[in-house]
Design a protein around this ligand. Structure first.
Ligand code: COI
Length: 354
């Protein structure tokens, strides 16, 4: 970080902590008392501030609403056994945030605004970081274009914000997923690798169709042939085939997931061979049928490590092994959790204790 920011703090008069039930925390619904905001105007970042969480006044003409110049990130902070708080690999999310900003022709956010804004906010709302097992404070950095202008061009002004929400698991059970072969999430040369609103918007209708058919999530395939697996939209996808960890290689259509990268490093450190490559639907289906594919899971900040229990392809359902018996993913998930929650040494230097 290059400089220390002067962040103006306005605190709430009355905390909502006392009326929040920490045993009922559905993902992304309960927000902490405060949020961080900073504006980009006239070529400069201005007015970094922590204010009470609440509505933000805006013009109905802002370009984020009309042309989708909006990006976000997902990070988690954990309560350590000594009561301190640790944020996991936020430096990597910061880099990806600006990669998304560049692709969406938005202003890049300086590191000190991203990192100090986050640390200041979380220290102010520190009582909101849950201490229960499998819970964390989910951190949502977001940036949107604020020019009140209907012409199609990159906005000259932006607001960068950070919201925080205490949460448990995004998925509570093994997933039943459908391989999507009609709709697509991303295409070559597009914005699939950016964490931008439109990628999520375009996935909603296909996901609703799948949800009504009884599925929890989709496996997206490539736009040209629908023969190759890409990602799940809310997470990356990983498989264990012949004892090796196999995951679709990151490309312009696949998000470069922080959890994905973390798991790859943990697996390699454990002596597990890792393959990042093109992975066909055929290989997955045949692998389930002939027993060479033993494990499948979604990996993401919100999703953490979530087993895939059943895969449906062209109307046929394929049931995978019992999640309880999956030695590779269960062992990696435990190692990952132990590091995040400070129960094992952080040998990779991933935890930022604030
Ligand atoms: C995350 O894992 O942080 C995500 O952004 C996925 C999802 C909740 C949209």
């Amino acid at each position: 970080m290059t400089e220390t920011l002067d962040i103006k703090v306005t605190k709430v008069e009355q905390t909502r902590l006392t009326v929040t039930d920490f045993s009922q925390l559905p993902f992304g619904k309960v927000f902490t008392d405060h949020m961080f905001l900073c504006d980009y105007q006239d070529g400069e970042w201005k007015n970094p501030r922590v204010v009470p969480y609440g509505p933000i006044p805006m013009s109905p003409a802002i370009s984020a609403l009309h042309y989708g110049q909006a990006i976000f990130e997902g990070i988690k902070a954990y309560r350590l056994p000594d009561g301190k708080i640790s944020i996991f690999r936020a430096d990597k999310n910061f880099l990806r945030f600006n990669k998304s900003a560049k692709r969406m022709a938005m202003a890049e956010v300086p590191e000190e605004i991203f990192m100090q804004g986050m640390a200041t906010l979380i220290n102010i709302d520190e009582k909101w970081v849950p201490a229960q097992e499998d819970y964390a404070l989910y951190i949502r950095p977001v940036m949107y274009a604020t020019d009140p202008y209907l012409g199609v061009r990159p906005s000259d002004s932006y607001t960068f914000g950070i919201l925080t929400t205490p949460t448990g698991k995004y998925y509570s059970k093994a997933l039943k997923v459908k391989v999507e072969t009609e709709f697509t999430r991303a295409d070559d040369g597009g914005v699939g690798y950016a964490k931008t609103a439109g990628n999520y918007a375009r996935s909603l209708y296909p996901f609703e169709v799948a949800r009504k058919e009884g599925f929890d999530q989709l496996i997206w395939t490539d736009a040209q042939t629908h023969e190759f697996i890409e990602e799940a939209g809310t997470a990356n996808l990983m498989f264990v085939i012949d004892g090796k960890l196999v995951t679709p290689a990151v490309r312009t259509t696949v998000l470069d997931g922080v959890t994905r990268d973390t798991i790859i490093q943990l697996a390699k450190a454990d002596g597990i061979e890792v393959e990042e490559r093109r992975l066909s639907v055929k290989e997955i289906i045949e692998g389930i049928e002939n027993g060479r594919l033993t494990e499948a899971f979604a990996a993401g900040t919100a999703a953490t490590v979530t087993h895939i229990g059943e895969i449906s392809y062209q109307g046929k359902d394929y049931t995978l092994t019992d999640p309880a018996t999956r030695s590779v993913s269960n062992s990696i998930a435990k190692k990952l959790n132990d590091i995040k929650y400070g129960l094992a040494p952080d040998t990779f230097g991933w935890n930022w204790v604030i």
